[in-house]
Design a protein around this ligand. Sequence first.
Ligand SMILES: [Ca+2]
Ligand SMILES: [Ca+2]
Ligand SMILES: [Ca+2]
Ligand SMILES: [Ca+2]
Length: 356
Amino acid sequence: MFERSTIIGVLFLAALAYEDASAQGFVLQQKDGVVADDHLGRSLASVGDVNGDGRTDYIVGAYNAGPRDINGAGAGAAFVYSGATGAVLYEKHGAAAGDQFGFSVAGAGDVDGDGRPDFVIGAHAAGFGAGAAFVYSGATGALLYQKSGGAPGDLLGYSVGSAGDVNGDGRADFIVGANAADPGGRSAAGSAYVYSGATGGLLLRRDGAAAGDQLGISVAPAGDANGDGKFDVIVGAGGASPGGNLGAGSAYVLSLTAPGVSVPTLPHTPSLVLMPPAPNPTRGLVMVSYALPQAAAVRVSLFDLQGREVSLVDEGERAAGLHEVPLDASRFRPGLYFMKLASTGGILQQHVVIAR
Ligand SMILES: [Ca+2]
Ligand SMILES: [Ca+2]
Ligand SMILES: [Ca+2]
Ligand SMILES: [Ca+2]
């Protein structure tokens, strides 16, 4: 009996000791700012496995990096560390004093399609507060994209994030908040921008509805909220006053495509793809969708049954990924036609019926 209770007591103490230690977590790595007011750790994020060693890596911002501010006081810096060893993989710096580069940081997903995740860093105070955001390759550290605020005081880059793949082209897109922007003259209504990872082009812009909304003060990926196969984003408007409640704040889940509208989606494809034109048959507008495995010259045209090219739909150098081009078919005689895509990798064809 005595022996048994002793064993139970020892187990109980052991459990307590275990609980004490685990409640505090176990420090795998620690990074410290090096002087007063570095603010290292104000922002941080997982960036995925940027160096391909099988371990997840992470980024930490220090928007006032002290002696590491090689471009002036308060230029700011951000450090990407190896999850496995803690070694600095990349060290990025603000371009000018006071930029506060690294105030926001995030993993960006694989925006350039090289199989390695990339990362994004905000510098909302750059350019007299116009702000800027920078996307870097996780594989090489090279700058992939730079976005700047439209006007001083916009604070673009106050928040940054991955958007997931909002347009279904197989590349991760990214989102940037400019919570002090004045869209339509509404002071600090704020704006949020989603950019294509494949091209850097603007995919979506959302503006705050009223002055002071500060839409874009926070941004994040929302996964696929409505199940249409494309990723959505979530955007905060911390200063919004819904229902007249001053500063109650709002958050919005945004989709690039209208809810309930079915859009052809293509997985990332290693080969040339020409989707069947939709709708088919058509009386008027028809959407022509094709995907390129890499940037290439393309020529998309409509041929009649006699083999005559009746319309040039799209021509030129196009980026990798999905492209959608509308064609007004109402001006063609009813009948059977062929849509032809010619590019590196071959010639593809789909039929389309024009009806009245
Ligand atoms: Ca790694
Ligand atoms: Ca990448
Ligand atoms: Ca995309
Ligand atoms: Ca969705």
